[in-house]
Design a protein around this ligand. Structure first.
Ligand SMILES: [Zn+2]
Length: 199
């Protein structure tokens, strides 16, 4: 074992694959909870990662209600402007989830997911495109400020359209005026006698 491996944190976050936790987080955050079919599909697919009842942690109400609440608390963290703000918002959620010594001794998969989110607070982002339907994402160099290539492209054309609506006519008028000016200048220079001394 090299010294770097020794330094790795020995917390429940090690028990979950990062790519699986990330996929689950993005799916949970972007889920349309008002769509009954989508909600049921989500629960079927990710039940093993949702909070499990612990010795001192009864799941309040139905699983469907739970999803709504877990989504709400995570979204609040995603919307914070700074990584520090996201840490502050996530910590009470994690502490509440693992409040009893029994739950800490036997953390569930959801605890690992929450810790994963805490470890990547600097990458929790909301898509910059206003009309985005799945705006919550985990930043990577490929994705930059948008959740997908589609949003990046759409945002660019939306920006162009908005710009044109705001400044297009004015820009067109100025451009025509400039062209007209250029033509008048050219005509005037044609009328002028050619320079240079004559013998
Ligand atoms: Zn998007």
């Amino acid at each position: 074992m090299n010294s770097l491996q020794k330094l790795r944190l020995n917390t429940p976050v090690r028990s979950i694959k990062a790519s699986i936790a990330d996929e689950f987080l993005e799916e949970l955050l972007n889920l349309d909870v008002t769509n009954v079919l989508d909600l049921a599909r989500f629960i079927r697919r990710f039940r093993h990662l949702l909070p499990a009842p612990g010795p001192n942690r009864a799941i309040q109400g139905s699983l469907e209600n739970g999803v709504l609440n877990w989504q709400r608390s995570l979204r609040a963290a995603w919307h914070q402007a700074t990584p520090f703000g996201r840490e502050i918002t996530l910590l009470p959620t994690i502490a509440a989830h693992l409040s009893s010594p029994e739950d800490q001794a036997h953390p569930d998969a959801y605890a690992s997911v929450l810790l994963r989110a805490l470890h990547i607070v600097d990458r929790l982002r909301v898509c910059k495109r206003k009309k985005c339907l799945t705006p919550y994402f985990i930043w990577s160099p490929k994705r930059r400020g948008y959740c997908s290539d589609i949003c990046a492209r759409e945002a660019q054309s939306e920006f162009k359209r908005d710009w044109w609506d705001k400044y297009g006519l004015d820009w067109q008028r100025k451009r025509r005026a400039k062209k007209q000016q250029g033509k008048t200048k050219a005509r005037k220079s044609q009328l002028k006698p050619r320079g240079g001394k004559r013998k």
